[in-house]
Design a protein around this ligand. Structure first.
Ligand SMILES: Cc1cc2nc3c(=O)[nH]c(=O)nc-3n(C[C@H](O)[C@H](O)[C@H](O)COP(=O)(O)OP(=O)(O)OC[C@H]3O[C@@H](n4cnc5c(N)ncnc54)[C@H](O)[C@@H]3O)c2cc1C
Length: 409
């Protein structure tokens, strides 16, 4: 539905990823990840990287395509039809890559970003701690400078790729006495530096990504692996949350789209009371509602991506895209299951897996409650800026003169 807004390059890249997802990814691998027979998305990243499909907005010099945020969003929607585990594997080089591309040294970009985009290195991000994920700046993992290394101690949890990533982007408290926004630093930590994995979680969905707990016990990290300025990972985090949340929206939209297609096709074949169920408005209106939910989410995400492409502050729109993309997708996934009746609840169709996957989208990459925090913050700021610029509609009330009733406590 967005085609009328896309340029040729964006459309071409979207179609390339669409073909890749359609033709190169065996259903058996998707099944194996869901059943626990395969506990890694590395194979997928290797394939995508070999074809130059990862991190399309990064410079070609590092293995990107010199494209833009819109292209990245569209690509993530395509991969999202495979579910959140592969969606996350696909998005990760774009997410950690943002930190390196924006804040990394040339050496870091050549050593980590380029091979990651080529699918030769497998990456992961370690932000969440057992103590909590939403209160990111309350991190308790510590980084203490000792000569030319930082010594990391602490734990991170729910890290996708914990099982076999080659390197982790890790945030740690480097100045415990500073205010929270000036206390954290960001590091590239190779697994071989001594990172320990202590648990691979049994998950409701998003399975097969090797999601686990990382333990750092006196792990030495060379100072050249510090990303950005010491104690200023706030800046890195803010930039990294753009792909983190925008691409979450894209993936969720893809999953909803896929489920709706399966259910809508089913409705044109499945009969009840002597006719196909799409003849019942109760069913076809669920299809209509779902199509609107998907299109609305796509439009909002597109605007957010456009803002990012124009170099504008996209934080509020990206948060809205993440909230609306994931919540609309969730509603669509539920509609799809309802349209399918009992068979949708079985493993004969993939709706149940997409639904299990989709529940996470509202929790991870910043929960939707955290999105609301950011959205209201951005909205109030914009409200202040708009004061006096638009019509004063308060004056259109029938009795605006009763100023004594405009009492604010
Ligand atoms: C399968 C899976 C994969 C994941 N992958 C990764 C990964 O690769 N890397 C990584 O770093 N993390 C990852 N996460 C972690 C995920 O991002 C966090 O779970 C999420 O940010 C929420 O943090 P939490 O679980 O600690 O919940 P908490 O922060 O404890 O929040 C609990 C509840 O309180 C609400 N809440 C908290 N603070 C506020 C507030 N101020 N206002 C309103 N409500 C609030 C939350 O919205 C939530 O509903 C993953 C999680 C899962 C389950």
């Amino acid at each position: 539905m967005l085609d009328c807004l896309l340029n040729e390059k964006e459309r071409a890249f979207r179609d390339e990823v669409r073909d890749f997802v359609k033709n190169e990814i065996p259903s058996q691998a998707v099944r194996d990840m869901d059943t626990g027979n395969l506990e890694s998305g590395r194979w997928f990243v290797e394939k995508a990287g070999a074809l130059g499909l990862l991190g399309p907005r990064f410079p070609a010099k590092y293995g990107g395509r010199d494209l833009n945020w819109v292209s990245d969003l569209l690509a993530n929607e395509e991969v999202g039809v495979l579910g959140t585990s592969l969606g996350c594997a696909y998005a990760m080089p774009s997410i950690v890559g943002e930190a390196l591309n924006q804040f990394g040294t040339e050496k870091q970009k050549m050593k980590y970003l380029a091979p990651t985009l080529a699918g030769k290195l497998y990456s992961a991000e370690a932000l969440t701690e057992p103590r909590g994920g939403s209160d990111f700046f309350g991190a308790t993992t510590t980084a203490v400078e000792q000569g030319d290394v930082f010594i990391l101690n602490g734990e991170k949890r729910f890290v996708v790729g914990a099982q076999d990533a080659d390197w982790f982007l890790v945030y740690a408290k480097s100045d415990p006495n500073a205010s929270s926004h000036q206390s954290i630093s960001c590091f590239i930590v190779e697994r071989s530096f001594g990172v320990d994995v202590q648990n691979i979680y049994q998950l409701m969905g998003t399975r097969g990504g090797g999601t686990g707990r990382l333990v750092f016990n006196d792990v030495p990290v060379p100072e050249e692996n510090l990303v950005g300025q010491l104690h200023n990972a706030y800046a890195v985090f803010n930039k990294m949350m753009i792909p983190e949340r925008l691409l979450s929206a894209g993936g969720a939209i893809g999953a909803g789209r896929a489920a709706l297609e399966v259910a809508a096709r089913y409705s044109t074949r499945r009969k009840a009371f002597g006719q196909t169920i799409d003849n019942f408005q109760a069913i076809s209106f669920m299809v209509a509602d779902s199509a609107v939910l998907i299109d609305a989410a796509k439009a909002l995400s597109f605007v957010a991506a456009k803002q990012a492409d124009k170099g504008q502050d996209a934080r509020r729109m990206v948060s809205e895209a993440k909230k609306v993309g994931t919540e609309n997708s969730w509603e669509v996934l539920n509609n799809a299951m309802q349209i399918m009746g009992g068979i949708g609840y079985t493993t004969v169709y993939p709706i149940e897996r997409l639904l299990r996957d989709g529940r996470l989208s509202m929790i991870w990459t910043g929960s939707n409650q955290i999105m609301n925090l950011l959205i209201q913050h951005g909205y109030y700021k914009e409200l202040d800026k708009r004061a006096g610029l638009t019509r004063d509609v308060e004056e259109d009330a029938l009795n605006p003169e009763q100023s004594s009733e405009k009492h604010f406590g």
